[in-house]
Ligand binder design. Structure first.
Ligand code: BG6
Length: 486
């Protein structure tokens, strides 16, 4: 495996959930894979007064629990010396000075500032970095989502970050784009001719994107209650998946070509505003129920959630794209916490045959479909109707399946491993450009405003279910059902 260029990764929010659960284990895995050069370093940065040993202790614990049997003592002994800790308060000038001191003489290495903090600190951090000349010509900044809480705040952040880092050095991360199956979707669409003639109105009846989680808000109640499912998941992950399905073939594999096409899709989304929002969206909040057989509390009883919170933990909506390819094809998006199971999938249902000449199940019109499953397993299934064995011509749905773990038994990179290495290599392909993000917020803001204006409160759903009944009614009004209801 080819080593990455030598780098210094400065991880703001270095003691936070994302750093501990995803980023540091991902870096350790890349070290085990032999990609991290001897001189590279990782500097965890946070406000707490921690010694290097204390921080390292936390990182070791998290890496052990995530890598389990893959944890390798000898490789850890090589990796640990690369990790340092620096206390930085985003508003304390002397802390940036100390950070600059710790990076002295390392200007020739790739420098990555990963901002995994609340977005309202992004500006202060970037200004601190600039003031102390930490933003070398080969430095990059990674911005974790959600970037802002609406279009105006996202623009303000982009403006101030953009004053310090040029756009080609800004990596706006959406970890869904780093998932192997999402890239396989690109391969499926643009590496084969098979689907292209079928890809659009007249051939596709509807598209469903579900990102269901069985987890609740875990330790992130404070963040989540300010954010809600629309901003946490729909504005980024679900809209990015929609873009990958709906975009036109990019002219080349150049990052700009793909980003241009994704932006066009976002700009073509039919605005959802005013009363339309009430019939085409459903927001929900989970109440007590069960998860994986265990009783669980409702959202309002979660530690750190105000008892009167109206934050949504579930969203279902109908999106439409005003383009020649997609006009009239509904895209149903759905995401929620504490749902029946962890399931992320894209289901593309094709139109029915014009005349059914064979005996077939009543719901046969929904079985000609392509299911791209991202989680828990990565697979692609094409549902077709085949003849049931025996006399007569009776049709039965069957799947043509591709299971990635069977076909490619080698270990797949986790999304953050891939994205972190892309940042270090400077590859922008899987990151969002500023205008894409702006177009996404432009579509999302009126939905939130309409909810507030019409005092649309979340409908409750039982933890461990598929969300509020209203989500099923919304789709059934169009004559369809969610894929799990077939
Ligand atoms: C994050 C959200 O972006 O994605 C979380 O902030 C969510 O709330 C997570 O749990 C889901 O990611 P994954 O990869 O586990 O589906």
């Amino acid at each position: 495996m080819k080593a990455l260029p030598t780098f210094d990764l400065v991880l703001f929010g270095g003691t936070g959930d994302l750093a501990m659960r995803k980023l540091l284990p991902a870096l350790f895995r890349r070290h085990i894979a032999g990609e991290i050069s001897t001189d590279s370093s990782i500097i965890g940065v946070a406000r707490s007064d921690l010694s290097r040993e204390e921080y390292l202790g936390q990182v070791e614990t998290t890496c052990r629990s995530h890598l389990k049997q893959d944890f390798d003592e000898a490789r850890w002994a090589e990796f640990a010396p690369k990790i340092r800790y620096q206390k930085v308060d985003a508003h304390a000038d002397q802390d940036f000075q100390a950070l600059a001191q710790s990076l002295l003489g390392r200007d020739s290495y790739v420098r990555v500032f990963f901002l995994s903090t609340a977005p309202d600190l992004f500006t202060a951090i970037c200004e601190g970095l600039a003031k102390h000349r930490l933003n070398t010509p080969i430095s990059r900044v990674v911005l974790e989502k959600p970037l802002g809480h609406d279009r105006a705040s996202a623009n303000a952040i982009n403006e101030s970050v953009g004053a310090i880092f040029t756009e080609d050095r800004v990596f706006r991360i959406d970890h869904y784009l780093g998932k192997e199956t999402v890239q396989n979707l690109l391969a499926l669409r643009f590496g084969n001719m098979l689907f292209e003639p079928l890809w659009g109105r007249g051939r596709i009846q509807n598209v469903q994107i579900t990102v269901a989680e069985d987890l609740g808000v875990e330790r992130r109640a404070e963040f989540y209650d300010r954010t809600g499912a629309l901003r946490d998941m729909v504005q980024n992950h679900l809209l990015q998946l929609l873009c990958i399905i709906a975009m036109e073939p990019p002219a080349s594999s150049d990052p700009a070509a793909m980003r241009d096409e994704k932006r066009k899709v976002l700009r073509a989304l039919k605005p959802l505003a005013g009363r339309d929002v009430l019939s085409k969206t459903v927001r929900g909040q989970y109440k007590a129920g069960a998860s994986n057989g265990e009783p669980v509390v409702g959202y309002l009883q979660e530690k750190g959630v105000p008892a009167s919170s109206t934050t949504e933990t579930f969203v279902a909506l109908k999106a439409e794209i005003d383009s020649w390819r997609w006009a009239g094809v509904p895209f149903y998006l759905r995401t929620g916490k504490r749902m029946q199971e962890r399931l992320s999938e894209i289901v593309i249902t094709f139109e029915d045959v014009p005349v059914a000449i064979y005996e077939r199940p009543d719901d046969a019109r929904a079985w000609n479909r392509l299911i791209i499953q991202l989680q828990p397993e990565e697979s692609i299934n094409l549902g077709v109707l085949a003849k049931s064995p025996g006399a007569g011509m009776r049709l039965k749905p069957v799947d043509l399946s591709l299971d990635f773990s069977e076909t490619f038994p080698e270990r797949q990179l986790d999304a953050y491993e891939r994205l972190l290495t892309d940042v270090i290599k400077g590859n922008l392909m899987l990151f969002m450009r500023r205008d894409e993000l702006d177009a996404a917020w432009q579509w999302i803001d009126p939905i939130r405003e309409a909810w507030e204006q019409h005092d649309e409160r979340p409908k409750s759903y039982t933890a461990g279910s598929w969300g509020p009944a209203a989500a099923s009614s919304m789709i059934s009004r169009d004559g369809f059902s969610w894929s799990n209801e077939l």
